[in-house]
Design a protein around this ligand. Structure first.
Ligand SMILES: NC(=O)c1ccc[n+]([C@@H]2O[C@H](COP(=O)([O-])OP(=O)(O)OC[C@H]3O[C@@H](n4cnc5c(N)ncnc54)[C@H](O)[C@@H]3O)[C@@H](O)[C@H]2O)c1
Length: 385
């Protein structure tokens, strides 16, 4: 298939591009380097420097064979998006091109404004590029489990049936996010649902949990093909921050009580899920919503797993609670449904000692580049004390 990957320079976009190209698809990646620029602006660069997208595509062709077409363009500029659609004529588009940091979206007016404008305009322009240039194209949109928040009831897969005063109907599952970034993903879902209802788009919205992992089948071919690894408080997920703290001999800093529970998944499973969804497209006029994670873990459980994996590598790992810089429940009910992707054939990889150990070894090889000051929280959710 001809596949256009928006955000193809990102943590998930680049490995997806390689995986789909290796599987024989005709892949074009588009990116405007927003993440690299915001990382630089906020002093949050990745642990391991990666070549630019053109160079990555060149290295991939050299070591693996397939060509990945590169377009440097901004999804918030409609003409640039439309031109990419005319050039690529995609049968499917994978939309990763958003500002994905909760802390950045909560850091300042600039962070909030950029996140809101970038994410909403990118999704809106994508919708119109599909309507005008490729109406049959399947949109695979990366949403987040964070759209649901942490409700005190089971989380369904996108939709809920509600009975009210003797009548019933099916609605989007209630959404209440914990950061402005996550709120933009809710707006995205609403926009897509509107255009699915009114214009018959075909959309799969993947409610993905935090992803971890540094290796995929293609990334191991050459170190220059590795996924980005951020470990700071703005772009680094809790797993990455703990791994770096373990290697640097810093205590693993748990925000508050540490009972914050989310559904996590290995990057290999993100690639599997996108591949499965590509092969099983939504019908015209259908918004298919799938929860995308493999295991639910609390922050305390992750800290314990990293501590255990560190012990096997003779790292002495301490765990320390910090006052929570975020506004969130630190102990709560969490029971999300996971069935759609398993039904499609997802075979999960779990966060085992071995997986964490491999990541610790990669981080250990770059120990000298770790900047300890950027791991600790620099952004607070509110400033009222
Ligand atoms: N990584 C995770 O744990 C995770 C979890 C849930 C959902 N997601 C979602 O998956 C998607 C990808 O996440 P990621 O971790 O790869 O993020 P990332 O920041 O590494 O990648 C996003 C890419 O999109 C690009 N981009 C952003 N705005 C753009 C624009 N206007 N025009 C062109 N390119 C643009 C960025 O430069 C970046 O390379 C995001 O939408 C994110 O919300 C990620």
């Amino acid at each position: 298939m001809r596949v256009l990957i928006l955000g193809g320079d990102g943590y998930l976009g680049w490995p997806t591009a390689m995986e789909l190209a290796a599987a024989g698809h005709d892949v074009t990646v588009l990116d405007n380097y927003l993440r690299r620029n915001v990382a630089q602006e906020t002093n949050s660069e990745a642990l391991i420097a990666s070549p630019n997208l053109v160079e990555r595509a060149r290295v991939f062709k050299e070591v693996a064979g397939p060509t990945i077409e590169v377009i440097i363009a901004d999804c918030t500029h409609y003409q640039q998006m439309a031109d990419a659609f005319v050039r690529c004529e995609p049968e499917a588009v994978v939309h990763y091109a958003e500002q994905p940091s909760g802390p950045y979206s909560m850091s300042s007016y600039r962070g909030a404004h950029l996140t809101l404008n970038n994410n909403l305009n990118a999704t809106f322009n994508l919708i119109w590029a599909v309507l005008e240039h490729a109406p049959d194209c399947h949109i695979i949109k990366l949403g987040t489990m964070g759209e649901y928040g942490t409700p005190n009831i089971d989380i369904e897969e996108g939709w809920i049936n509600i009975e009210h005063k003797g009548r019933s109907d099916r609605f989007l599952f209630p959404r209440q996010a914990g950061s402005l970034y996550h709120t933009t993903k809710i707006f995205d879902t609403d926009l897509l649902w509107f255009y699915v209802r009114t214009h018959g788009l075909r959309v799969t919205d993947l409610m993905q949990g935090p992803v971890y992992g540094l290796t995929t089948a293609e990334s191991i071919l050459d170190p220059r093909l590795a996924p980005n690894f951020h470990y700071d408080d703005i772009f680094g997920t809790v797993v990455n921050r703990f791994l770096v703290q373990a290697v640097a001999g810093m205590p693993l800093t748990v925000y508050g009580a540490g009972g914050q529970t989310r559904g996590y998944l290995n990057i290999k499973d993100t690639l599997q899920c996108v591949g499965l969804v590509l092969a099983n497209p939504a019908a015209r006029g259908e918004l298919k919503i799938l929860n995308q994670f493999t295991e639910s873990l609390s922050v305390n459980e992750i800290a314990e797993r990293v501590r255990r994996a560190g012990m096997e590598l003779d790292l002495e790992v301490q765990i320390q609670a910090l006052p929570n810089p975020r506004k969130e429940l630190e102990e709560h009910y969490y029971n999300p449904t996971l069935s759609g992707l398993l039904d499609l054939g997802l075979k999960p990889h779990y966060m085992t000692n071995e997986v964490l150990g491999e990541m610790l070894e990669v981080v250990g090889a770059h120990r000298d580049q770790i900047r300890r000051d950027i791991v600790m929280p620099r952004v607070r959710w509110n400033t009222d004390g």
